[in-house]
Design a protein around this ligand. Structure first.
Ligand code: NAD
Ligand code: TYD
Length: 342
């Protein structure tokens, strides 16, 4: 089995590559990533020399380069993680999100059509559904909830989802889509809530909480998301959407307090800052479908996952420091040997 994984030098893509390498050591994994600020090749160090792994520094919007790789690799499956992923950046500069997230998806699917790929899987997000009110804990996102995106990021992901479904209907492309809740775990770029708070708490820096910190997210340990995608690409039904989430809703302020407590830091580090524009109030996934049809449910409880995540960041301060200093951007040049990496 040959799988192209786009965005594999980012947080979830890298965790997926490590999960799949362990679970299916005989699979060939081909990573396409253009290494934006969020891509860090150092994250993939442990697989770079693996004979069943290949890294291509490629932008998924570069049609000619993508087709060339498909020609050479003849993949069976494509899993598209590559995307601009940070809501706050999408508010500053929507254009790059439209290009990477929508046009990139179109190019990858055109390549799948051209080269007869057996499955195209789109890694989407629960943010495409918009948000839920804080005072209605009985409401959840199901796969039938209408798309109602709030930010340029989520609108670009919703647009890509529509395009994926259109390619299935119009061209018969064998697609699946997963819409997952907020992930946390190793290798997450320290601009997202959990790694940012761990990184700042470690240095006794202020912990910036947007507004009152009462917004709710449904947190899932990244490995559980990888398990879900592995199940969907092997056993999921073509043309279907699967929501992925673990019924682990928490207010931002409670997440930050949990991190303070676990790291032995005072809550006085918490600093309330201006709220995000258009800030989604609550995300909550109903994972009934993936549970019933594919037997998926989360394996890691938040209480354990957050301890493992904090420990990972504290054990990998070199990785973190190289990001904080910007040095990680030089890694690609340093390891480039013309063989493993194109
Ligand atoms: P990330 O920002 O950590 O990584 C994104 C990766 O994609 C980076 O390595 C980057 O270099 C690469 N990339 C970006 N644009 C590219 C392009 N044009 N061509 C090639 N590579 C490109 O993101 P993440 O948190 O790992 O998210 C991965 C996917 O999962 C995204 O599609 C995101 O929408 C989705 N998702 C994320 C979460 C979450 O909580 N992080 C939850 C649900 C869904
Ligand atoms: P984030 O990790 O950016 O994920 P998303 O916006 O995609 O859910 O943010 C998670 C929540 O934490 C969100 O409600 C915004 C909030 N937040 C803060 O309060 N402070 C911060 O510094 C960041 C990055 C996020």
């Amino acid at each position: 089995m040959k799988i192209i994984v786009t965005g594999g030098a980012g947080f979830i893509g890298a965790n997926f590559i490590y999960y799949m390498t362990e679970k299916h050591p005989d699979y060939r994994l081909i990573c396409l990533d253009c290494l934006t600020y969020a891509g860090n090749l150092e994250t993939l160090t442990a697989v770079l020399e693996n004979k069943n792994f290949r890294f291509y520094k490629t932008d998924i919007t570069d049609r000619a380069a993508v087709y060339k790789i498909f020609e050479e690799e003849q993949p069976d499956i494509v899993v598209n993680f590559a995307a601009e992923s940070h809501v706050d950046r999408s508010i500053e500069d929507p254009g790059v999100f439209l290009n990477a997230n929508i046009m990139g998806t179109a190019v990858m699917m055109d390549a799948c059509r051209k080269y007869g790929v057996k499955r195209y899987h789109q890694v989407s997000t629960d943010e495409v559904y918009g948000d839920l009110p804080l005072d209605r804990p009985d409401l959840f996102f199901t796969e039938d909830t209408p798309l109602h995106a709030s930010s340029p990021y989520s609108a670009s992901k919703a647009s890509a989802d529509l395009l994926v479904l259109a390619y299935h209907r119009t061209f018969g492309l064998p697609v699946t889509i997963s819409r997952c809740s907020n992930n946390y775990g190793p290798y997450q770029f320290p601009e997202k809530l959990i790694p940012l708070m761990i990184a700042n708490a470690r240095q006794n820096k202020p912990l910036p909480v947007y507004g009152e910190g009462i917004n709710v997210r449904d947190w899932l340990y990244v490995r559980d998301h990888c398990i879900a995608i592995d199940l969907i690409i092997h056993k999921g039904t073509v043309g279907e959407i699967y929501n992925v989430g673990g019924h682990n809703e928490m207010k931002n302020i409670d997440i930050v307090k949990t991190i303070c407590k676990a790291m032995g830091k005072p809550e006085s580090l918490i600093t309330h800052v201006a709220d995000r524009k258009g800030h989604d109030r609550r995300y909550a996934i109903d994972p009934t479908k993936i549970n019933r049809e594919l037997g998926w449910s989360p394996e890691t409880r938040f209480a354990d996952g957050i301890q493992m995540t904090i420990k990972w960041y504290l054990d990998n301060t070199d990785w973190l420091e190289r990001i904080l200093t910007g040095e990680y951007k030089n890694y690609y040049q340093k390891v480039y040997d013309g063989h493993k990496i194109k």
